[in-house]
Design a protein around this ligand. Structure first.
Ligand SMILES: CSC[C@H]1O[C@H](OP(=O)(O)O)[C@H](O)[C@@H]1O
Ligand SMILES: Nc1ncnc2[nH]cnc12
Length: 319
C-alpha cells in the first residue's frame, strides 16, 4: 500500500470520490492502492483518503464520513476538511452514501432513494461554509443534487441490482441529531413533504457546491423512523439490522457504476474549461462548472490574503 503525497495528484488527479456513511466503511471489492493523508486549511479529514483502482484502470477515492471506526457523531464530522481534501486531490464528483429513515410507506427499509431536494433542519452548530473572514459568498443551491449523476446511478442499478427498488426525485430532511426525531417532528416532516431523513447531508452537499464538485447522495433506507402507527420506532439496532444488506447492495452497484461514471466523465474532467464551452449541456459537468465564479460579493481587493490563500485550496481558478 502506497502513501500518496498531495503533490502526486497534481499530474494524476482522482476525479471520482465515494463517501461512505453508516455501514459503508470501505470499498473492499476494489484493488486498494494506498492512502492519502491530506491536511487542509480546515483541519484533518475523518480519515486518510483511500485510493482504489477500478478494473478499467481508473482510480477512485473513498472516505468514511464518520471514520472507519464510526467515531464522529453527525454534528462532529469534519465536513469542511473532508470536502477540501477531496477537492485537493482533483475530485470532480462525489457519490455520497447515507443510511436514512423512511417517512413514506412505499419507501421500505432496504430500498434506495435518489433525492433531488433537501430541507435543512440542522441547528447552525456545524461549520457550513468555506467563505468567512472577509469573503462573503452565496452559492446557488436551488437544486442541491446532481441530476446527471442520479440518472447514471438509476441506470446502473437497474442492470446490476435489478431487484433493488430505487425511488427518484425525493425530498431528504436533514436533522441535527444525534437523538432521533420525536413523533411530532416525524409527522411534521411528513406534512412538509419530506420523504426520507438523515443527519448528514448538510453541510456536506453545501460545501461540495462551494467547491464546484458535483454531488449526489444515494440514500439507503433502514427504518420507518417513528411516525408509523403500530410500527416499531427507530433505534440503532433497527438501523444496523438493515444496514448489512444495504451495504452489500451499495458495493454491488458500485462495481459497475464507478466504471460507467469513469467512462462518462473521461472526456470532460479538465478543471479549467473555456468560457464558451463551460455551459454546453452535453458536458457532464456543465451544471456545476463556473457556479462559484460570481458568488463572492466582497470587493476582490478587500479579501484578506490569508482568506484568499485558504480559498485557493478549494477554488484555485478564482482565488
Ligand atoms: C446510525 S443511524 C443515524 C446515522 O446514520 C446516518 O449516517 P450516514 O448519513 O453517515 O449514513 C444518519 O445520517 C446518522 O448520522
Ligand atoms: N430515522 C432516522 N433518522 C435520522 N437519521 C437516520 N438514519 C437512519 N435512520 C434515520
Amino acid at each position: 500500500m502506497s502513501q500518496f503525497t498531495l503533490d502526486s495528484f497534481a499530474s494524476d488527479p482522482v476525479r471520482i470520490a465515494v463517501i461512505g456513511g453508516s455501514g459503508l466503511y470501505k470499498l473492499d471489492a476494489l484493488e486498494q492502492l494506498g492512502t492519502a493523508d491530506v491536511q487542509t486549511p480546515w483541519g484533518t479529514p475523518s480519515n486518510p483518503i483511500t485510493i482504489a483502482r477500478l478494473p478499467t484502470g481508473q482510480r477512485v477515492a473513498f472516505l468514511a464520513r464518520h471514520g472507519h471506526t464510526h467515531s464522529y457523531n453527525p454534528s462532529e464530522v469534519p465536513f469542511r476538511a473532508n470536502i477540501a481534501a477531496l477537492k485537493a486531490i482533483g475530485v470532480r464528483i462525489i457519490l455520497a452514501f447515507s443510511a436514512v429513515g423512511s417517512l413514506r410507506e412505499e419507501i421500505r427499509p432496504g430500498d434506495f432513494v435518489l433525492p433531488s431536494q433537501l430541507i435543512d433542519r440542522t441547528k447552525g452548530i456545524r461549520p457550513s461554509t468555506f467563505f468567512e473572514n472577509g469573503a462573503a459568498s452565496h452559492a446557488p443551491f436551488a437544486d442541491p443534487f446532481y441530476a446527471k449523476a442520479a440518472d447514471l446511478v438509476a441506470r446502473e442499478a437497474a442492470i446490476t441490482v435489478p431487484n433493488l427498488k430505487i425511488h427518484r426525485d425525493k425530498t431528504l430532511i436533514c436533522m441535527e441529531g444525534p437523538a432521533f426525531s420525536t413523533r411530532a417532528e416525524s409527522n411534521l416532516y411528513r406534512a412538509w413533504g419530506g420523504d426520507v431523513i438523515n443527519m448528514s447531508v448538510v453541510p456536506e452537499a453545501k460545501l461540495a457546491r462551494e467547491a464546484e464538485i458535483a454531488y449526489q447522495m444515494v440514500c439507503m433506507s433502514t427504518d420507518y423512523d417513528c411516525w408509523r402507527v403500530g410500527g416499531e420506532d427507530v433505534t440503532v439496532q433497527t438501523v444496523v439490522e438493515t444496514m448489512t444488506g444495504n451495504s452489500r447492495n451499495a458495493k454491488q452497484l458500485l462495481l459497475t457504476l464507478l466504471p460507467a461514471l469513469g467512462e462518462t466523465i473521461a472526456t470532460d474532467a479538465a478543471v479549467h474549461v473555456d468560457e464558451q464551452e463551460i455551459k454546453k449541456q452535453d458536458r457532464f459537468f456543465s451544471d456545476i462548472d463556473g457556479c462559484m465564479r460570481f458568488a463572492c460579493m466582497t470587493e476582490p481587493n478587500a479579501i484578506p490574503s490569508e482568506t484568499r490563500e485558504k480559498l485557493h485550496f478549494i477554488l484555485p481558478q478564482y482565488y
